[in-house]
Design a protein around this ligand. Structure first.
Ligand code: KIV
Length: 264
C-alpha cells in the first residue's frame, strides 16, 4: 500500500520512527522502495552526488522533473517528495505553485520540500491552498551556503535556537505536513519535535526526531568528495564496483570473457 502524508503524521502519533532516503533514478529508487523505506526524497543533492557539481545551487527545475519521473516510475510504496531547487519558489507564490505543481503533474510526486524559515510562510500557505503537501526544511539550508559561509551547524546560540523554534511553529501553522531539520544540536531538535504535531525528519539533528533521512550516495559509499559527520557509510559500493570492473577488464584482455556460456 502506498504511503501517504497521513501515514507520516500517524507514525508520529504512534511514536513509530519514519525512515527516509534520497534517490534520483529508477534502479536505486527501486532498491530503496524494496527495502521498505517510508519516504524517498528526489533531493537537489542530485547536483552534487550525480551531476558532479560543487553545490546544489545550479540544478534546474527541468532536471529535477527528469529525475523525479525516473524515481516515481520505480517506487510502488514509499511517499515520494520532490525537492524544490534554488530559485524555483523564491520569486513569487505563483512561481512556487507552478513549479511545485510540475512535481505533482509531471513528476507524479506526492509532495514537495522547500528550504527556508518563516520567510517562506506565505509560500507554504499558498502551496497548501493549491493542494500541494509541503515538507519544510530549516537549520542548515544548502541554498544559503554563501550567506552561512559553508556547511555549518545552525542554532547553536540561544537566539538562533529561538528563531528556529519560531520558524518551525510558523511553518506548521502555515500547513507544512512535516519538517526537515538539518545540522542542528540534538536538544534543539528534541524541543522542536516535542512542540510540533507534525513529524520532524532529521539529518544531523540527533536521535530525537520523528524520523531520519540520509543521502543515498553517502550511505552506499558512492560519494567521495566528503562525508559529513552526521552521515553513516553503510557500504563501500565504489570499491566493490572498482573490483568488479577491474575483473571484467582483466577477463576481456585475457580472453576469458565472453566464454561459451555468454556466446551464441
Ligand atoms: O537534497 C537533499 O538531499 C536534501 C537532504 C537534506 C536530504 O535536502
Amino acid at each position: 500500500m502506498k504511503i501517504t502524508i497521513q501515514d507520516f503524521i500517524r507514525k508520529k502519533q504512534a511514536k513509530e520512527k519514519i525512515s527516509m532516503l534520497t534517490a534520483y533514478d529508477f534502479p536505486f529508487a527501486k532498491i530503496v522502495d524494496e527495502a521498505e523505506i517510508d519516504g524517498v526524497l528526489v533531493g537537489d543533492s542530485v547536483a552534487m552526488v550525480v551531476q558532479g557539481l560543487e553545490n546544489t545551487l545550479p540544478v534546474t527545475m527541468d532536471e529535477m522533473i527528469y529525475h523525479c519521473k525516473m524515481v516515481t516510475r520505480a517506487v510502488k510504496r514509499a511517499l515520494v517528495i520532490g525537492d524544490m531547487p534554488y530559485l524555483s519558489y523564491h520569486l513569487s507564490n505563483e512561481d512556487a505553485i507552478r513549479n511545485a505543481g510540475r512535481f505533482i503533474k509531471e513528476g507524479s510526486a506526492q509532495a514537495v520540500k522547500l528550504e527556508g524559515g518563516s520567510e517562506f510562510e506565505s509560500t507554504v500557505r499558498a502551496l497548501t491552498k493549491a493542494e500541494i503537501p509541503v515538507m519544510a526544511h530549516i537549520g542548515l539550508t544548502p541554498h544559503a551556503i554563501h550567506r552561512m559561509g559553508g556547511y555549518k551547524v545552525q542554532g547553536r546560540t540561544e537566539r538562533a535556537a529561538q528563531k528556529l523554534l519560531e520558524d518551525a511553529k510558523r511553518l506548521e501553522d502555515a500547513g507544512a505536513f512535516s519538517l526537515l531539520l538539518e545540522a542542528i544540536p540534538s536538544e534543539l531538535a528534541q524541543r522542536i519535535t516535542e512542540e510540533l504535531t507534525i513529524p520532524t525528519i532529521g539529518i544531523g539533528a540527533g536521535p530525537f526526531c520523528d524520523g531520519q533521512i540520509l543521502v543515498l550516495h553517502d550511505v552506499l559509499g558512492l560519494f567521495e568528495r566528503f562525508l559529513p559527520k552526521f552521515a553513516k557509510k553503510y557500504a563501500n559500493l565504489k570499491d566493490e564496483s572498482l573490483k568488479v570492473l577491474r575483473q571484467y577488464k582483466k577477463e576481456v584482455e585475457e580472453g576469458i570473457f565472453p566464454s561459451k556460456e555468454h556466446s551464441f
